[in-house]
Design a binder for this molecule. Structure first.
Ligand code: FES
Length: 375
């Protein structure tokens, strides 16, 4: 072994020729050709120590709450106050949710004109979450054990005795966190953890909007409603409907609708006249008028308008996925992915010869979701 100078800095030692560094007499444990630069950085191959010295942990500095029970009590109250603040904010959130009109706005310093509802919900939810989080951090910093421990590397699967020890330590976690000794924290924490989820759930459930009630299964059609052309909205006399013709029809009451598009999307109807002898089911003949029949225009597959009428075959075709309905068989599905026939609207004529609905639709129109009856 010999020592020599290098351009990098202090000479550490030389290799033994087998790639294994060995001591050169220096007490730092570096061997072979490694060169130690400033701040202990080592450069060169084969010169790294087999094991770095364990720097150890800094000495544990006891906290005020470790030394003084009064200090611990004070910290406990602070933690409880933060958890209590969180619970209170959640209660205020719920009160604000029900008490403040969402349309109400007002001037808020620093913000300007804003929705009081949004501001109240935002501030109370922030306080609820903040109280919970800050309380937990303060609790960990002041009262929970803060001694650091080192676990040496080991095979991934721990020894059985270690696993048992971990289980027992986890089971005893509440004890070490002093939950038993500090019931104030225990109960305030329970409140702070149990209530904030309500602040998230409430707007989610409330924000789903009003219940649909029967709006999905009913249309505007009612007994006595005149059939009017779409889009002209002129009434139709029975003698104007010739064999082979087709009319796109809406209820006359659509003019009073506040949601025209939604109502039209459900109430649209196709009106056709067939030779009564071509109509096979007696029910279809009874629900029509001298061969004039009316069927929902909304495809029972996924709701496209069934817009194509083939007058020779009396087939109605939905252009979306080619579902085909046979008008001579009560609009039974004869091809395509639809599962239900188109619902028939029962019609008749009024005293002036105009076509009117004799009853609302007897079943829901449109796609067959939610098992709304089958063919
Ligand atoms: S929507 Fe009519 S076939 Fe698909």
């Amino acid at each position: 072994m010999s020592e020599h100078d290098t351009p990098h800095g202090e000479v550490v030692g030389t290799s033994d020729g087998h790639g294994n560094g060995h001591s050169d007499g220096h007490s730092d444990g570096y061997g072979s050709t490694a060169v130690r630069l400033d701040q202990g950085h080592v450069e060169g191959s084969g010169g790294l120590p087999e094991r770095f010295a364990n720097p150890g942990l800094p000495p544990h500095v006891p906290r005020m709450s470790d030394l003084d029970e009064k200090g611990a009590k004070r910290a406990e109250k602070q933690v409880a106050a933060l958890f209590g603040l969180s619970s209170l904010a959640t209660v205020l959130f719920i009160v604000a949710y029900f008490a403040i009109d969402p349309e109400q706005s007002g001037y808020i310093p620093g913000i300007g004109n804003a929705s009081l509802y949004n501001v109240a919900l935002g501030v109370t939810m922030a306080l609820a979450l903040l109280g919970c989080g800050v309380g937990a951090v303060h609790w960990a910093k002041t009262l929970m054990p803060d001694t650091e421990s080192v676990e040496e590397r080991h095979p991934q699967r721990a020894k059985d005795e270690d696993r048992q020890r971990v289980v027992s330590e986890l089971m005893g976690g509440g004890e070490r966190a002093q939950l038993g000794r500090r019931p104030l924290i225990k109960f305030s924490l329970a409140g702070a953890l149990a209530l904030p989820p309500l602040a998230i759930l409430l707007p989610l459930v409330g924000g789903l909007g009003p219940m649909p009630k029967d709006t999905l299964s009913t249309t505007m059609w009612k007994k006595g409603d005149r059939l009017v052309r779409d889009p002209e909205r002129t009434p139709i006399r029975a003698d104007q409907v010739t064999i082979g013709s087709v009319f796109h029809v809406l209820p006359e009451s659509i003019k009073d609708s506040e949601h025209v598009l939604e109502d039209k999307a459900k109430a649209a109807v196709l009106l056709m006249r067939l030779n009564p002898d071509d109509i096979k089911p007696q029910k279809e003949r009874d629900w029509g008028h001298e061969g004039i029949v009316a069927y929902s225009k909304i495809c029972t597959h996924v709701g496209c308008p069934v817009g194509l009428y083939e007058q020779q075959t009396h087939h109605l075709l939905c252009p979306c996925h080619q579902s085909t309905f046979d008008v001579t068989q009560d609009c039974k599905v004869i091809f395509g992915p639809a599962h239900r026939p188109l619902p028939q609207l029962k019609i008749t004529v009024d005293s002036q010869g105009y076509l009117i609905a004799d009853a609302p639709f007897r079943e829901a129109v449109g796609p067959s979701f939610w098992e709304r009856g089958s063919a």
